[in-house]
Write a protein that binds this ligand. Structure first.
Ligand SMILES: C[S@@+](CC[C@H](N)C(=O)[O-])C[C@H]1O[C@@H](n2cnc3c(N)ncnc32)[C@H](O)[C@@H]1O
Length: 246
C-alpha cells in the first residue's frame, strides 16, 4: 500500500523542529561571521551547523514521511480481516488512524485525542475530519475528544489498539501507566495493541508484561522513525491479550 498521504498531518511537536532549524541557521551564521572576523575556518561551528541541519532533516523526514512508511508496514503485518474495530489513542490529525481505516473496509477506526497544538501543529478534530475525507475513509472513522487516561469505551471493545508518539506527552509515570491500563482494558481478549513511542518504552514494557494475560515484545524501529537522530529513536511495543472471545 502507498505510504504517501493525501491529507495534511502537520508536524509533531513543531517547536522541536523550529529549535533544530534555528540552531543550524545560528551555527552557519556564526561560522561565517567568525570566518570573516578571524580569517580562518571555524571547524567546531561548522560541525555544529552540519549536526543541527542533519537533525532537522531527520526530524522533518520522520514526521512527514518516515512514520507513514513504518506504520504502513506495521498495519500490514497485522493482516486484519477488514471488519475489526480499531482504536488509535492520541490520534492527532490522523496519520495512523487514516492508514488503519484503509485496512478496514467493513470495520471501524476510532480516534481519541485532546487536540494539543503543542504536540502537533494545526491539531484539531476539524483537521482530522478533513483528512478522513481527503483519504476517502470518513464513513468508517469516528473521533472522540477524551483523555487517554480515561477512555470513554466499555471493557474489551476493540480488536486492535494503536498509539503513535502520544503516551510520552503525559508528564508523569503514574499517568502513563493509567493510559497503558486503559489500552489493556478496552482491548478484546486475543486483541493486539501496537504502541510506538520515544522514551519510557522500557517502562511501558515492564508495566504491560506485569499485567495478567499479556504477551509483550519491544523493538526499535530504525532511522525512518528517528526524531533528529539515533538518540531520539522510536520503539514499538506489541502487546497481545490472551483469553477467549465470547
Ligand atoms: C506527537 S502527536 C502524535 C499524533 C498522531 N498519533 C501521529 O502520529 O501523527 C501526540 C498526540 O497526543 C495527544 N495527546 C497528548 N496527551 C493526551 C492525552 N492525555 N489524551 C489524549 N491525547 C493526548 C496530542 O494532542 C497529540 O495529538
Amino acid at each position: 500500500m502507498k505510504a504517501i498521504p493525501r491529507g495534511d498531518y502537520g508536524v509533531d511537536a513543531p517547536y522541536v523542529l523550529y529549535g533544530l532549524a534555528a540552531a543550524a541557521i545560528a551555527s552557519v551564521t556564526g561560522s561565517l561571521i567568525a570566518f570573516i572576523v578571524f580569517k580562518s575556518p571555524q571547524p567546531v561551528l561548522a560541525a555544529m551547523a552540519v549536526i543541527f541541519a542533519l537533525a532537522a532533516l531527520s526530524y522533518l523526514y520522520t514526521t512527514r514521511r518516515g512514520k507513514f512508511a513504518i506504520w504502513t508496514e506495521l498495519l500490514e503485518s497485522l493482516a486484519m480481516r477488514g471488519d475489526e474495530r480499531l482504536l488509535d489513542v492520541g490520534c492527532g490529525r490522523g496519520a495512523v488512524l487514516m492508514l488503519a481505516a484503509k485496512h478496514l473496509p467493513e470495520g471501524h477506526a476510532v480516534g481519541v485525542d485532546l487536540w494539543s497544538t503543542k504536540d502537533q501543529s494545526g491539531n484539531s478534530e476539524q483537521h482530522a475530519l478533513q483528512n478522513a475525507k481527503l483519504e476517502g475513509v470518513e464513513e468508517r472513522v469516528e473521533l472522540h475528544t477524551a483523555d487517554m487516561r480515561r477512555l470513554p469505551f466499555p471493557d474489551g471493545s476493540f480488536d486492535v489498539v494503536t498509539s503513535s508518539l502520544a503516551i510520552h506527552n503525559i508528564g508523569n509515570a503514574r499517568g502513563r501507566e493509567q493510559a497503558l491500563a486503559e489500552i489493556l482494558r478496552v482491548l478484546k481478549p486475543r486483541g493486539t495493541a501496537l504502541i510506538v513511542d520515544i522514551g519510557h518504552t522500557a517502562a511501558y514494557e515492564r508495566y504491560l508484561a506485569a499485567q495478567p494475560g499479556t504477551t509483550v515484545e519491544r523493538r526499535r524501529l530504525g532511522w525512518k522513525f528517528w526524531y533528529g537522530g539515533p538518540h531520539v529513536a522510536s520503539a514499538l511495543i506489541t502487546v497481545r491479550r490472551s483469553g477467549t472471545v465470547d
